[in-house]
Ligand binder design. Structure first.
Ligand SMILES: Cc1ncc(COP(=O)(O)O)c(C=O)c1O
Length: 390
């Protein structure tokens, strides 16, 4: 066997043994249900929090854009890929987020991978919440700046690190998530913003899971009333907006700099017209229907009350199981009962905290939520009476 294939096979066998190998399953979504292997499952594993990926107006906008502008952007935005829908999309984002300007990237991952190295370099310091998304850590590493990790949502720890290290660096950047993708909890934005102000540290939030579901759809900063204190608001259009693409909302000079320096913006093809048009239509719905944006959190909170869990702070509810094989077994049990709740395992989450990540959407039927709660309560009681009552 070729050494490359042997390397891959050995690595896969090791992952398989630890219940950490990931495999793809064909999934046909209709916005709420997912068809897999001929079975239709009620999905609690989609980030399409407002079910907008299948909204008639969103789909119609995407189809019309293809007719007008074609299927692909054809080049990077700085060459010929800057179709007018991208400018419209940036204007809508800036308006919704309350900033001067916005910049749209090919994805949220590309956004973080481009923004952070464009703003920081070798002489700078970056502080990151321990549970931040992989693309934040990746962007920080790429920048060449010194990276320090502060304990999850621990403003005092971040302060201790800034006190000890800030003076040795030219610029400092603190990055956290508005809503944590795998835990569903929210960052203490106000205290972190004050801390950043005190240490001349730039504050950036990744609000991938806040847009559309908090602050009447405007996101975590609006929910907390500190939009003006967060100069860098990054997010994605692939979750509540039901489309694809990433963005940064910030001041005009920052956005102008990003558009001329961020490598994932400059050296990557522009977002396809259909994705931009779909996102524009979705943002219009979000901006004018606050009652829709409140539903996912309301449903998540009903579920957590029903199960006696800490009150949900976002549409994401984690149920920590522990070992990866146990999380997989719980997911398989729910699948046999007609529910799709995927198991999240390391390295996406820390070792020993494999979990079910339950994501609520505006359209989830109350009866389905009730049945899921009953099944989970019974399952946890059977597996581990201590866990069920903790
Ligand atoms: C917190 C967070 N940031 C960034 C991303 C990446 O966004 P995208 O899927 O648009 O690449 C995700 C999605 O997985 C996320 O959860």
């Amino acid at each position: 066997m070729h050494s490359l294939d042997r390397f891959a096979s050995d690595k896969l066998a090791h992952l398989e043994h630890a219940s950490l190998r990931r495999v793809l399953a064909d999934s046909v979504r209709d916005g709420l249900y997912v068809e897999r292997g001929g079975r239709k499952l009620l999905s609690f594993s989609c980030n399409d929090y407002l079910n907008l990926s299948h909204h008639p107006a969103v789909k119609a906008a995407a189809m019309a854009a293809i007719e007008l502008y074609g299927a692909g952007a054809g080049a990077s935005r700085l060459v010929t890929g800057n179709h007018p829908l991208l400018t419209q999309l940036e204007e809508k984002l800036a308006r919704l987020k309350g900033t001067d300007a916005a910049c749209v990237f090919g994805s949220g991952y590309l956004a973080n991978f481009g923004i952070i190295p464009a703003l920081t370099g070798r002489d700078d310091l970056i502080l990151i919440d321990r549970l931040s998304h992989a693309c934040i850590h990746a962007g920080a590493q790429l920048s060449g700046a010194a990276c320090l990790i502060f304990d999850h949502n621990d403003t005092s720890h971040a302060e201790t690190l800034l006190k000890a290290h800030r003076s040795r660096y030219r610029h400092a950047l603190l990055v956290t998530e508005g809503v944590f993708s795998m835990d569903g909890d929210r960052a203490p934005l106000m205290p972190l913003a004050s801390l950043c102000q005190a240490f001349d540290c730039w504050f950036m939030i990744d609000d991938a899971h806040g847009l559309g579901v908090l602050g009447d759809g405007k996101g975590s900063a609006a929910e907390t009333g500190c939009t003006a204190n967060i100069p860098l608001q990054m997010g994605t259009l692939s979750k509540a907006a039901g489309s694809y693409g990433g963005y940064l909302c910030a001041s005009k000079p920052v956005i102008d700099l990003i558009k001329t320096r961020a490598r994932t913006f400059i050296y990557s093809t522009g977002l396809p017209p259909a994705s931009a048009a779909a996102a524009c239509a979705a943002l219009d719905i979000i901006a004018c229907d606050p009652s829709l944006t409140r539903l996912p959190l309301a449903k998540a909170q009903h579920f957590t009350k029903r199960l006696g869990l800490p009150l949900a702070q976002s549409p994401i509810v984690p149920l920590i199981i522990g070992a990866p094989e146990d999380a997989l077994a719980a997911s398989q049990f729910l699948s046999s009962e007609g529910f799709l709740v995927t198991a999240i395992r390391p390295p996406t989450v820390p070792a020993g905290t494999a979990r079910l990540r339950i994501a609520f959407t505006a359209a989830h039927p109350d009866a389905g939520i009730e049945r899921l709660a009953l099944l989970l309560a019974a399952y946890l009681e059977r597996q581990s009476p201590c866990l069920a009552s903790s």
